[in-house]
Design a protein around this ligand. Structure first.
Ligand code: ADP
Ligand code: ASP
Ligand code: MG
Length: 420
């Protein structure tokens, strides 16, 4: 019997009725002759609500306790889903991440999977049961503590289970019909794509398209797992994430447009333009554990021999990096620091960019015609990203989507969820 792993996101299990609907779907897969292992997210916006609750108690929740708190969300949905399946006359058993053998590094809030030993899942399947696994959580052998994989991590749980159990496919069920040319909540004219390559999906996920957790895509590529992103509200085929398009399939120049409002920009003003200063600054930044995204260094003003260095990073890392830089201000010798948390990042992604000139020109023209200013630009082989004002991002995504001829005939369907 072949095995299918199915992952249901929060909006697909938002209430009791949805849980019953998902249970019927799982049972239908079982009835069609497959073994089924399910990874499930917390109901609706539970995880966000738990994060909010923790912040009502303290500004800086203890990372270990925060993981203890957040993992309860998936425990609720896994137990209810197992009950729902049993009520339909099928055997089902739920397991926490640790019971399912999801071993991770010790880093709370951003643990990485190091080993998957799903012995209990295999036993359950051997007994003819459907196994339900709590998404986004694991266990560290050294600290003996419960960990989480980072927001959106249930996708990665599902892919890791699919790899360990050699599943035929890992189905990611969500509240839209698949991977679209842009987030349909922001660009209503976005359309579903049937196939996207791992490479493109990685760039889209890194650029802010949260439909798939980036580490799930990395994991699937490394372990050769087939991912099928589809709606839990409709029966239509979704999007397959594939290795490459093969010789007969033409590569679109632009596969999709993504937006990201989660970054901020720091500008270090009046840096002496001599060798070693950038190294000093970014060593301080690295020391805080923050990841940086784009970097721009201006040409130094000849009269002063001073330059400005701007970089972007996650908003949540802003405070600690500012603090660390201010402490070192005298030693590094810069004049001032500016912090800007009202920026948006727009990215266009497509494998066909490699062999087509003029994509940047087309992108910049579309933004210019819409009167949108670009503050920073960065490129990779198959992606161009620009920084805009935060309030311009939605419009920027819409005009760029249209300019690249991606607009569909009808508005996309978003079935549920708050998009939080
Ligand atoms: P789940 O709770 O099922 O994990 P998520 O909210 O994490 O769902 O991901 C699904 C959402 O991702 C969609 O509702 C959509 O708003 C958003 N999204 C962003 N970019 C894209 C894209 N390119 N294609 C499809 N959905 C996208
Ligand atoms: N419930 C977790 C979150 O909201 C994990 C997930 O849904 O993938 O981030
Ligand atoms: Mg998700």
């Amino acid at each position: 019997m072949s095995l299918i792993v199915q992952k249901f996101g929060g909006s697909s299990v938002a209430d009791a009725e949805s849980i019953m609907r998902v249970a019927r779907r799982i049972v239908a897969t079982r009835e069609s002759g497959h073994d089924v292992v399910v990874a499930v997210s917390a109901m609706g916006d539970t995880t966000d609500e738990l994060v909010d609750l923790a912040h009502q108690i303290t500004d800086v929740p203890d990372p270990r306790e925060l993981d203890m708190l957040l993992t309860t969300g998936e425990r609720i949905s896994m137990a209810l889903l197992a009950m729902a399946i049993k009520s339909l006359g099928y055997e089902a058993r739920s397991y926490t991440g640790s019971q399912a053998g999801m071993m991770t590094t010790a880093q709370h809030g951003a643990a990485r999977i190091v080993d998957v030993s799903p012995d209990r899942i295999r036993e359950a399947l051997d007994d003819g049961a459907i196994a339900i696994v709590a998404g986004f959580q694991g266990f560290n052998r050294d600290s003996k503590d419960i960990t989480t994989l980072g927001r959106g991590g249930s996708d990665t749980t599902a892919v890791a289970l699919a790899a360990a159990l050699d599943a035929e496919v890992c189905e990611i069920y969500t509240d839209v019909d698949g991977v679209f040319t842009a987030d349909p909540r922001i660009v209503p004219k976005a359309h579903k794509v049937d196939r996207v390559t791992f490479e493109e999906m990685l760039e889209l996920a890194a650029a802010g398209a949260k439909v798939l957790h980036i580490r799930a895509v990395e994991y699937a590529r490394r372990h050769g797992v087939t991912i099928h992103v589809r709606s839990s509200f409709a029966d239509t085929e979704g999007t397959f994430v594939i290795g490459d398009r093969g010789e007969n399939m033409e590569e679109p120049i632009i596969t999709g447009v993504a937006g990201d409002l989660s970054e901020a920009k720091i500008t270090v003003i009046g840096v002496p333009d001599i060798p070693g200063k950038a190294a000093e600054i970014f060593t301080i930044v690295a020391g805080t554990g923050a990841n940086i995204d784009m970097i721009v260094q201006n040409v130094s003003a000849q009269a002063t021999a001073l330059t400005d260095i701007s970089f972007t990073l996650s908003k949540t890392d802003g405070e600690k990096v500012l603090k660390a830089l201010r402490v070192a201000q005298e030693k590094v010798g810069f004049t001032d620091i500016a912090f800007d948390d009202n920026i948006g990042k727009l990215s266009v992604v497509g494998g066909g960019m490699r062999t087509n000139a003029g994509v940047s020109a087309q992108l910049f023209t579309a933004l210019f015609e819409a009167g949108i200013n670009m503050e920073m630009i960065s490129t990779s082989e198959i992606r161009i990203s620009v920084i805009t004002r935060g309030e311009d991002l939605t419009r920027a995504m819409q005009v760029v989507h249209a300019a690249f001829g991606l607009d569909g005939d009808a508005d996309a369907v978003v079935y549920a969820g708050t998009g939080r």
